[in-house]
Design a protein around this ligand. Sequence first.
Ligand SMILES: Cc1cc2nc3c(=O)[nH]c(=O)nc-3n(C[C@H](O)[C@H](O)[C@H](O)COP(=O)(O)OP(=O)(O)OC[C@H]3O[C@@H](n4cnc5c(N)ncnc54)[C@H](O)[C@@H]3O)c2cc1C
Length: 429
Amino acid sequence: MTHSTLFSRRTLLGSAITGAATLALPSFVHAQAGRAHVVVVGGGFGGATAARYLRQRAPQVRVTLIEPAERFITCPFSNLYLAGLRSWDSLGHGYDGLRQAGVDVVHARADDVDTAARTLRLSSGQTLHYDRLVLSPGVDMRWNAIEGYGEAAAQTAPHAWKAGAQTQLLRQQMHAMADGGCFVMVIPDNPFRCPPGPYERAAMVAHYFQRHKPRSKILLLDAKDNFSKQGLFLQAFKMLYGDMIEWVKQSDDGQVLRVDAKALEVETVFGTRHKAAVLNVIPPQKAGFIAERAGVTDASGWVPVKAESFESRQIAGVYVLGDATIAAPMPKSGFAANTQGKVAAAAIAAELTGQPAPVAAYANTCYSLIGPDHGISVAGVYRAQAGKLTEVPDSGGVSPLEGNAAFRAAEARYGAAWYAAISADIWDR
Ligand SMILES: Cc1cc2nc3c(=O)[nH]c(=O)nc-3n(C[C@H](O)[C@H](O)[C@H](O)COP(=O)(O)OP(=O)(O)OC[C@H]3O[C@@H](n4cnc5c(N)ncnc54)[C@H](O)[C@@H]3O)c2cc1C
């Protein structure tokens, strides 16, 4: 099955998203909904989608989106920027399209939530009242979960796992590195943002080195023994980059215990020390802090949600999307956050307009680029079943290991088309 088939919008929108929910409503429902105010925190993949689709589903509902950045920089394709295959500008997306769609966009940070009073305190000092709250704050780093890797260390050994200044810093360091240096990447155990992301990054750094610093090496120190699309990645690393990339799994002494960011050194659990020319530490993560402030996280640091709507299991009226949630078997991806945003928007619109709850359907495809003409993917379709998210049997899978050059080139093109389509779906229209 090709993955473009899976990315069919019909699959995605079939049951949950399409339909004229606002038609033929009794007038009292319109009046009630007219007063309703939904506040969405986070203008990334999940939040901006929910805000836009909520306005579309229920134009009578007031929607306010809270996001500090005036331009959102996507993590997707930020690895391509490191490789020199994408410009910085192409990763940025503004909020004018959402404003035109009727969303009130407020550039501020949400500092606190009172879920009993249904109010939100902003960094501007403003307090907002909401009827429904949507949180899509992404991830925060677990500083010092790896000894020595706190916020200050990230200024020398960037994580670049939130796109922005960190990504630019990592690229500057790659450019400044002498040929023959070792780029060391520290990779966390699951769950974390974008399971295939570190391995795509390794390939994109290798692409840059091959052209500009061909004697250099890339050492991947991993806190786990298996990773997403592993067979495809390892095959392509060898084929495109020879011995440039070395992956050390957890059981082969891959897990890093300690980081000395000043000396650019790491120490593994078994006591092996590695010296880096560029050190990229991707630390363990948790839900963005505002989720914890709202009281919707559990002991894991992530947010349990209802599979049918992504409403919090702990606090009614609060919906949480994207990386912050416990949504396995869905991965923490932008694609997943986008479909979750649509389902939550439909569920909230139905609730506020007195309609029956829609049937939830979700999908995901994660493309990874290994070389300019070498793309791979993993895909799946998901449903809510007995309160749990489950993958529909035989709905997806990974690219075939035996795919030929034309197949890989086609997947590279599908990936680029996906990025253009999702950017337009969320921000750029
Ligand atoms: C290197 C890399 C490559 C990736 N590649 C892909 C890919 O190819 N395909 C894919 O599908 N996914 C990819 N991802 C994953 C993708 O970036 C995330 O899964 C996605 O961004 C999650 O969406 P989200 O809405 O949960 O969080 P985000 O998109 O990160 O949005 C969170 C937003 O919330 C805002 N925010 C946080 N706290 C507050 C607050 N208190 N008040 C106001 N605003 C707040 C932030 O400023 C941010 O704009 C990649 C990730 C990385 C790191």
